[in-house]
Design a protein around this ligand. Structure first.
Ligand SMILES: [Zn+2]
Length: 415
């Protein structure tokens, strides 16, 4: 049997099993009573709902993961990748349009297949727990805009990569790397003004107590902001959040309207201070640099496997091509991608603790406002307070909220 096929199927199955095990352990780690320091925001009924929500979400992800893993394995073994290749080759176009047709068909098929699951998630699961505020119109428009945006941006990116692998010889991976990094930087730069407004409305925050408090905090901590915006998160869900967008001077903060509704000024400033912490402590820069390094690694590894006949045999391909090689490489890359994601989550959780400590140090209330903001958010979003360590290790980019609250309460380490 083909060694590539063994590696690909084994890693797909291993990743699926690991997901099931993680859900099982988290489900078993649940206790009927809320942890004592959360009893003030989680009354027994809310706590029971949060566990029910976690269980329902895990059942949902088990079903989708099982479906996705089974589908991809069946498609590989049934020779579907070769069938599609023969179909896109029949009009005898040049390699780049043929490649775009191949990659585009696969992307479209995958988007269509995931749509029923997304609809169930939004209109049944999230609805049952009172989170969903998405109308059918918003849901369909989101999908349509997503497909159009992916076709344009993904199409340009894929065309560039195919072009370099066809024309640039041994250094093609370097060209692809430079091209992809430039594209990502440009996108990050224009996202706040051109892309995010396609999905949400961003309104400059009105003058008043909250805005004054935010500006005061930013000024005191020497943090330049090009704008404070309120985002209509309530268009899709009752869950609250806040984030920064843009780079350098175009940096802006966006607060969900759902967050503003539930929190006091002091708590919102603490949430903002946490985000400022990420910038001031160099987390955003570090994430950008690791992202760039990871892109380089992907293209270099890709260049090693694109011409390997064995990889194409694993998929039952009659012809070899750069475009199909790209797709196959990403399946082969599954185990490396899992290891990298565990490492990146590990570093991200460390950053979260540091940003919390920064917020505690630079806001007037000390850690108190940050703690109450975290507790309120976890109740508002019905977060699972007691995930199993394996689940945290595999999936959590943020530490469990209980660990964050306890770290904020612990006395600061001596300098
Ligand atoms: Zn954070």
């Amino acid at each position: 049997m083909n060694v590539y096929l063994i590696v690909i199927i084994a890693s797909l199955v291993a990743s699926w099993l690991l997901g099931l095990l993680s859900d099982l352990l988290t489900s078993r780690a649940m206790r009927p009573e809320p942890p004592s320091d959360f009893a003030d925001v989680f009354d027994p009924a809310t706590y029971a709902r949060s566990q029910e929500y976690a269980r329902a979400s895990m059942r949902f992800s088990c079903v989708t993961e099982t479906f996705n893993t089974a589908t991809i394995i069946v498609l590989i073994l049934a020779g579907a990748f070769n069938w599609l290749d023969l179909a896109v080759r029949s009009p005898a176009l040049s390699p780049i349009p043929t490649g775009l047709a191949y990659i585009g068909s696969l992307a479209l098929a995958s988007a269509l297949m995931s749509m029923p699951f997304e609809a169930y998630h939004t209109f049944v699961l999230e609805n049952r727990f009172g989170f969903n505020t998405t109308t059918l119109r918003t849901f369909l428009l989101d999908r349509l805009k997503g497909v159009l945006l992916t076709s344009v941006l993904g199409g340009v990116l894929a065309a560039g990569v195919l072009f370099f692998f066809h024309e640039a010889g041994a250094l093609a991976w370097l060209w692809c790397w430079g091209f992809a990094v430039a594209a990502t930087l440009i996108l990050t730069y224009v996202a706040p003004t051109w892309i995010l407004p396609l999905f949400n409305k961003f309104t400059p925050m009105e003058a008043g107590e909250l805005r004054t408090a935010i500006e005061e905090y930013a000024r005191k901590n020497g943090f330049e902001l090009s704008g404070i915006f309120v985002m209509d998160g309530s268009k899709r869900s009752t869950k609250g959040n806040a984030f920064f967008t843009g780079l350098g001077k175009r940096r802006r903060i966006a607060l969900f309207d759902t967050l503003i509704k539930e929190m006091t000024t002091e708590e919102i400033v603490a949430v903002l201070a946490h985000e400022v912490g990420h910038a001031k402590l160099g987390h955003i820069r570090k994430r950008l640099v690791t992202g760039i390094a990871k892109t380089g690694l992907i293209f270099w590894l890709m260049s090693l496997f694109l011409n390997s006949r064995g990889l194409f045999d694993a998929f039952g391909m009659e012809h070899m091509s750069v475009y199909a090689g790209l797709i196959f490489f990403f399946l082969l890359y599954t185990p490396i991608s899992m290891i990298l994601s565990v490492l990146s989550n590990l570093s991200s959780r460390r950053h979260e603790f540091q940003a919390d400590a920064f917020a505690s140090k630079t806001t007037d209330s000390g850690g108190a406002a940050m703690i109450s903001a975290l507790k309120k958010l976890s109740a508002q979003n019905l977060s699972n307070l007691t995930p199993h360590p394996l689940t945290v290790w595999l999936e959590y980019g943020h530490p469990p909220v209980i660990d964050r609250v306890r770290a904020l309460r612990a006395p600061a380490p001596a300098p």
